[in-house]
Design a binder for this molecule. Sequence first.
Ligand SMILES: Cc1cc2nc3c(=O)[nH]c(=O)nc-3n(C[C@H](O)[C@H](O)[C@H](O)COP(=O)(O)OP(=O)(O)OC[C@H]3O[C@@H](n4cnc5c(N)ncnc54)[C@H](O)[C@@H]3O)c2cc1C
Length: 385
Amino acid sequence: MSLFTSTAAWVTDEHRMFAEMAGRFLDDALVPNTEKWAENGAVDRAFWLQAGQTGLMAGSIAEEYGGVGGGMGFDSVTLYEQTARGDAGWGYGIQSIVTHYINTYGSEDQKQKWLPKLASGEMISALAMTEPGTGSDVQAVKTTAEKDGNSYRLNGSKIFITNGQSADLVIVAAKTDKSLGAKGVSLIAIETEGAEGFRRGRNLKKLGMKGNDTAELFFEDVKVPMTNLLGSEEGQGFYQLMKQLPWERLTIGIMALGAIDFAISETVKYVQERKAFGQRVMDFQNTRFKLAECKTKAEVLRSFVNDCIGKLEAGELDAATASMVKYWGSEVQNEVMHECLQLFGGYGFMTEYPIARLYADARVQMIYGGTNEVMKELIARSLDV
Ligand SMILES: Cc1cc2nc3c(=O)[nH]c(=O)nc-3n(C[C@H](O)[C@H](O)[C@H](O)COP(=O)(O)OP(=O)(O)OC[C@H]3O[C@@H](n4cnc5c(N)ncnc54)[C@H](O)[C@@H]3O)c2cc1C
């Protein structure tokens, strides 16, 4: 199984070597632990540090900030190798997204302070946009950041925040000007350690992605230095979010592909061994046709994902195309999980079989990162010019 298509121009020998290295590390350090993490509702901090030492999170970070300066192709490889091993618990996708925000909008001081720790896993990060009262409509956020001397005072709450229980660094979307809509939103980074007035709610119980910690976050008069604003001026947050969404959406397409590849390979193994009516389940024409359909969908998605990674590396991935890979990838993922689970029969419904977990994990891919309805709206907007 590989992320790469043979003709993808963005792929270099370094990417291939990195994929092999990442795969070996994940086989040793991630695969044996995914069930334990799912039970605990969180990934061990020790794993983040190990992943950091191995260089898994350093791919797109510049050398002067503790990375290897390789570009988003490396982050794509890490995400694929993770999900192609059936894991959706490790919140690396968000870590990569936050890293990309700081890479792009961070001041020199912010980059020096945070990027090396994000690469090494000493810092786990989160991105907090969604609130109890608003998700899809980001410009309607109610969290405020009011000036107080050289600081901001943050008030409000966020919900469904991936890595929320463990995050040391949270990028918060807040209104620096309540009288404005989109133009009143700014992104402010908070270091959670010792932040007075910052509180995490309980670890939210979810249908899937159980190894991933997801939290509600509360801010009551949290004092944050004004130097923690991302970007040179206030009111840029909405624009910054929109500019970064193509990578966020592509991560979802990559994760869909990884999960699909894993599901197909697990299902093929199962139907080759399972017998019914004196023959292998693999030998029923229905099984063969269903698996053929799934494999075809995987290969079409692989081509699309590779095309999108190439475009992203070239600075050409537009919002509509990124919305397509998120929407279509997650739809196909859910279709494939549905068919594969069916081929496991009753065992497919048992959570000790990975296909049950993959089926549950797939559902949220149609919801977070912008719902698929919102994706279709964005795609339609690009047609209606
Ligand atoms: C496991 C998980 C992890 C998450 N991680 C994060 C995170 O790390 N950070 C973060 O900020 N958020 C996170 N989210 C939140 C997620 O991004 C939101 O749930 C999502 O954007 C939808 O927002 P909402 O839940 O408020 O739904 P709503 O916006 O209330 O939408 C409800 C329904 O209305 C539909 N709808 C809304 N607007 C339109 C429209 N214009 N046209 C057509 N239909 C529309 C939606 O598609 C949906 O079906 C996470 C969510 C989950 C479940």
